[in-house]
Design a protein. Structure first.
Length: 164
Protein backbone atom coordinates (compact mmCIF):
# COMPACT_ATOMS: atom_id res chain seq x y z
CA UNK A 1 0.00 0.00 0.00
CA UNK A 2 2.80 2.38 0.89
CA UNK A 3 4.47 1.76 -2.50
CA UNK A 4 1.25 2.56 -4.33
CA UNK A 5 0.80 5.83 -2.45
CA UNK A 6 4.43 6.82 -3.07
CA UNK A 7 4.06 5.98 -6.78
CA UNK A 8 0.92 8.12 -7.03
CA UNK A 9 2.66 11.05 -5.29
CA UNK A 10 5.63 10.75 -7.67
CA UNK A 11 3.34 10.68 -10.72
CA UNK A 12 1.41 13.69 -9.48
CA UNK A 13 4.63 15.60 -8.84
CA UNK A 14 6.04 14.81 -12.30
CA UNK A 15 2.77 15.74 -14.00
CA UNK A 16 2.67 19.08 -12.19
CA UNK A 17 6.30 19.82 -13.02
CA UNK A 18 5.83 18.98 -16.70
CA UNK A 19 2.68 21.09 -16.92
CA UNK A 20 4.56 24.12 -15.55
CA UNK A 21 7.39 23.68 -18.08
CA UNK A 22 5.11 23.00 -21.02
CA UNK A 23 2.76 25.99 -21.16
CA UNK A 24 0.72 26.09 -24.37
CA UNK A 25 2.65 23.11 -25.76
CA UNK A 26 5.89 25.06 -26.17
CA UNK A 27 9.21 24.53 -24.46
CA UNK A 28 9.96 27.43 -22.19
CA UNK A 29 13.09 29.34 -23.16
CA UNK A 30 13.05 28.21 -26.77
CA UNK A 31 10.06 30.08 -28.07
CA UNK A 32 10.53 32.64 -30.76
CA UNK A 33 9.50 36.17 -29.81
CA UNK A 34 7.46 38.25 -32.19
CA UNK A 35 8.87 41.66 -33.17
CA UNK A 36 6.19 43.26 -30.98
CA UNK A 37 7.14 41.18 -27.93
CA UNK A 38 10.82 41.90 -28.49
CA UNK A 39 10.13 45.62 -28.86
CA UNK A 40 8.04 45.71 -25.68
CA UNK A 41 10.81 43.94 -23.77
CA UNK A 42 13.40 46.36 -25.12
CA UNK A 43 11.15 49.35 -24.33
CA UNK A 44 10.87 48.20 -20.70
CA UNK A 45 14.54 47.38 -20.25
CA UNK A 46 15.97 50.37 -22.13
CA UNK A 47 13.23 52.86 -21.17
CA UNK A 48 12.43 53.84 -24.75
CA UNK A 49 10.17 56.79 -25.50
CA UNK A 50 7.25 56.39 -27.93
CA UNK A 51 9.20 57.65 -30.94
CA UNK A 52 12.10 55.26 -30.25
CA UNK A 53 9.71 52.39 -29.62
CA UNK A 54 8.04 52.93 -33.00
CA UNK A 55 11.40 53.01 -34.81
CA UNK A 56 12.67 49.93 -32.95
CA UNK A 57 9.46 48.05 -33.81
CA UNK A 58 9.95 48.82 -37.51
CA UNK A 59 13.59 47.72 -37.26
CA UNK A 60 12.67 44.51 -35.44
CA UNK A 61 10.08 43.69 -38.12
CA UNK A 62 12.64 44.34 -40.85
CA UNK A 63 15.23 42.04 -39.25
CA UNK A 64 12.83 39.47 -37.79
CA UNK A 65 14.59 36.48 -39.39
CA UNK A 66 17.97 37.52 -38.00
CA UNK A 67 16.98 38.17 -34.39
CA UNK A 68 16.32 35.61 -31.70
CA UNK A 69 17.65 32.37 -30.43
CA UNK A 70 17.54 28.67 -31.25
CA UNK A 71 15.38 27.43 -34.06
CA UNK A 72 15.70 30.55 -36.13
CA UNK A 73 16.38 30.27 -39.81
CA UNK A 74 17.10 27.06 -41.66
CA UNK A 75 19.12 24.48 -39.81
CA UNK A 76 20.83 21.23 -40.53
CA UNK A 77 19.14 19.18 -37.81
CA UNK A 78 17.33 15.91 -38.19
CA UNK A 79 14.48 15.94 -40.63
CA UNK A 80 15.32 19.36 -42.01
CA UNK A 81 17.61 18.27 -44.78
CA UNK A 82 20.76 19.95 -45.85
CA UNK A 83 21.41 22.38 -48.64
CA UNK A 84 19.28 21.66 -51.64
CA UNK A 85 17.06 19.29 -49.64
CA UNK A 86 19.61 16.46 -49.61
CA UNK A 87 18.12 14.75 -46.59
CA UNK A 88 20.42 15.82 -43.78
CA UNK A 89 23.68 14.55 -42.39
CA UNK A 90 25.88 11.87 -43.81
CA UNK A 91 27.18 9.14 -41.53
CA UNK A 92 27.15 9.25 -37.77
CA UNK A 93 26.00 6.58 -35.36
CA UNK A 94 23.71 6.63 -32.39
CA UNK A 95 25.25 8.80 -29.66
CA UNK A 96 27.81 10.38 -31.98
CA UNK A 97 27.81 13.77 -33.66
CA UNK A 98 26.74 13.40 -37.31
CA UNK A 99 29.30 14.28 -39.97
CA UNK A 100 28.59 17.06 -42.46
CA UNK A 101 29.57 16.83 -46.09
CA UNK A 102 31.91 19.53 -47.39
CA UNK A 103 29.00 21.15 -49.25
CA UNK A 104 26.89 21.25 -46.10
CA UNK A 105 29.77 22.67 -44.07
CA UNK A 106 30.41 25.38 -46.70
CA UNK A 107 26.71 26.26 -46.88
CA UNK A 108 26.49 26.43 -43.11
CA UNK A 109 29.53 28.73 -42.95
CA UNK A 110 28.01 30.93 -45.65
CA UNK A 111 24.70 31.18 -43.79
CA UNK A 112 26.44 31.99 -40.51
CA UNK A 113 28.48 34.72 -42.19
CA UNK A 114 25.38 36.24 -43.79
CA UNK A 115 23.56 36.16 -40.47
CA UNK A 116 26.47 37.85 -38.68
CA UNK A 117 26.56 40.59 -41.33
CA UNK A 118 22.79 41.14 -40.99
CA UNK A 119 23.14 41.26 -37.20
CA UNK A 120 25.85 43.93 -37.52
CA UNK A 121 23.60 45.95 -39.85
CA UNK A 122 20.78 45.67 -37.30
CA UNK A 123 22.97 46.85 -34.45
CA UNK A 124 24.31 49.76 -36.51
CA UNK A 125 20.75 50.93 -37.25
CA UNK A 126 19.71 50.34 -33.65
CA UNK A 127 22.60 52.48 -32.43
CA UNK A 128 21.24 55.38 -34.51
CA UNK A 129 17.87 55.10 -32.72
CA UNK A 130 19.09 54.66 -29.14
CA UNK A 131 21.01 57.05 -26.92
CA UNK A 132 24.59 56.13 -26.03
CA UNK A 133 23.53 54.95 -22.55
CA UNK A 134 20.66 52.87 -23.94
CA UNK A 135 22.89 51.24 -26.53
CA UNK A 136 25.51 50.47 -23.88
CA UNK A 137 22.82 48.82 -21.75
CA UNK A 138 21.61 46.88 -24.80
CA UNK A 139 25.13 45.59 -25.49
CA UNK A 140 25.59 44.55 -21.86
CA UNK A 141 22.32 42.63 -21.96
CA UNK A 142 23.34 40.91 -25.19
CA UNK A 143 26.64 39.91 -23.64
CA UNK A 144 24.82 38.44 -20.63
CA UNK A 145 22.45 36.51 -22.91
CA UNK A 146 25.38 35.06 -24.87
CA UNK A 147 27.08 34.12 -21.59
CA UNK A 148 24.17 31.92 -20.53
CA UNK A 149 25.54 29.21 -22.71
CA UNK A 150 24.19 27.14 -25.47
CA UNK A 151 24.97 23.60 -26.43
CA UNK A 152 27.90 23.39 -24.02
CA UNK A 153 26.10 24.82 -21.01
CA UNK A 154 26.81 28.09 -19.23
CA UNK A 155 29.98 29.35 -20.82
CA UNK A 156 31.56 25.92 -20.97
CA UNK A 157 32.91 23.90 -23.86
CA UNK A 158 31.13 20.95 -25.33
CA UNK A 159 32.13 17.54 -24.22
CA UNK A 160 31.89 15.34 -21.18
CA UNK A 161 30.60 16.80 -17.95
CA UNK A 162 31.77 15.66 -14.52
CA UNK A 163 29.46 13.24 -12.77
CA UNK A 164 27.60 14.77 -9.87
Amino acid sequence: MKKIVMTMVALLTMTTAMAQNNENGQRRGFQRQTPEEMTNRMADQLKLDDKQKSKVLDLNKEYEGVLGGPGMGRGFGRGQGGPGGQGGFQGGQQGQRPQLTEEQRAEMQKQMQQRMEKRQEYEKKLKEILTDDQFKTYQEQQQQRRGRGGFGGPGGPRGQRPNM
